[in-house]
Design a protein around this ligand. Structure first.
Ligand code: HPA
Ligand code: ZN
Length: 334
């Protein structure tokens, strides 16, 4: 039964809406790029890197994530990174991706904004031309840095705004509430960009409220802790807000103690528009189908639940209404 459901999930067309492209840097590529760029890394082997991927919270992970990024220096590096991800998701029948990148993780190290975004965009257009996988790009602000730095990043993005769909907010959540970025999100909206934000991963329900009220988000990244507040759940449900949930990430970062305690099924039962995503697949143990497999095995999901998750991924995307309709109809045919 479980095997059949996993096979069904694998066959369904899906969209991935929560993916940090820098978090798709597999240890093998980390080594290859370190060699190519002559960057020292504190690991002797791919196995040693994998063994270091044990985290007790979000900050633990972020420290290693920012270390890993140091091997990304040239446009070709960003192209190779993005292409490897796009090649990998095809095996999971992912037909559309909306990916985050962290420009400040690169500009802070002296890598120009244009270098990072050029490499990523070239891979995204090649993937559409070669495989028909469509994409949108979301530029994230690092919330542990001051809002002024986010404003400087928005300025650097000015020549690229026709190729950036939205701004996002990621990095260390605790102590860095959405309210810290109210002005820069307003500026982004004034530029015509959509808005998303990580909230309620480690932070309290009030951070989710701030993301709604102050950042005017179009989509909520994670949102797990919203479930602690009934009125907030009702509000998210009434607004038909999409939640980009990341089960294996939640397990690896100890947001949940065990996959059987994951709130995904509860979210669906409450009428929330949850989706399944991989967040940082190289660090958290898998891509979209690995996440589906984990929740199908742990949470007793029904065939209808799985179909709803796939449908939510397109319905909650930033594709046009007609593109959404075509994907939803394809799901109904399976
Ligand atoms: N949370 C916050 N920031 C991040 C994450 C995450 O899961 N992954 C990469 N940056
Ligand atoms: Zn994330």
């Amino acid at each position: 039964m479980t095997a059949e459901l996993i096979e069904y999930a694998a066959r369904l067309p899906k969209a991935e809406l929560h993916l940090h492209i820098e978090g798709s840097l597999e240890p093998e590529m980390l080594f290859r790029l370190a060699g190519r760029n002559k960057v020292d890394i504190p690991f002797g082997s791919v196995e040693a890197v994998r063994a270091a991927y044990n985290f007790s919270n979000l900050q633990d992970f972020l420290d290693i994530y920012y270390q890993g990024m140091r091997v990304l220096l040239t446009e070709e590096d960003f192209f190779d990174l993005t292409m490897a991800y796009l090649n990998r998701v095809r095996a999971d029948n992912v037909r559309h991706v909306e990916i985050f990148f962290d420009p400040q993780g690169h500009t802070q190290r002296g890598v120009p904004f244009d270098t990072a975004i050029s490499g990523i965009l070239t891979a995204l257009s090649l993937s559409k031309a070669q495989f028909g996988v469509t994409s949108k790009l979301i530029m994230c602000f690092l919330r542990h840095l001051p809002e002024d730095d986010a404003f400087a990043t928005l300025k650097q993005a000015e020549g690229w705004l026709d190729r950036i769909e939205a701004v996002g907010l990621d990095s260390s959540e605790t102590g860095h509430p959405p309210s810290k970025f109210e002005r820069v999100f307003k500026a982004a909206r004034d530029h015509g960009l959509k808005c998303v934000a990580h909230a309620g991963e480690e932070g309290p329900p009030d951070y989710v409220r701030e993301a709604l009220d102050l950042l005017h988000i179009d989509r909520l990244d994670h949102g797990n802790r919203a479930l602690e507040d009934e009125a907030l759940v009702e509000r998210l449900r009434a607004a038909q807000m999409t939640l980009t949930v990341c089960p294996l990430s939640n397990l690896k970062l100890c947001v949940v103690d065990d996959m059987t305690a994951h709130p995904l099924k509860r979210m669906l039962d409450l009428g929330l528009n949850a989706t399944v995503n991989s967040d940082d697949p190289a660090y958290f143990g898998g891509y979209v189908m690995d996440n589906f497999k984990a929740v199908i095995e742990a949470l007793d999901l029904s065939r209808d639940d799985i179909k709803t998750l796939a449908k939510n991924s397109f319905a909650g995307s930033f594709l046009s209404e007609s593109e959404k309709r075509a994907h939803l109809a394809a799901i109904d045919r399976i």
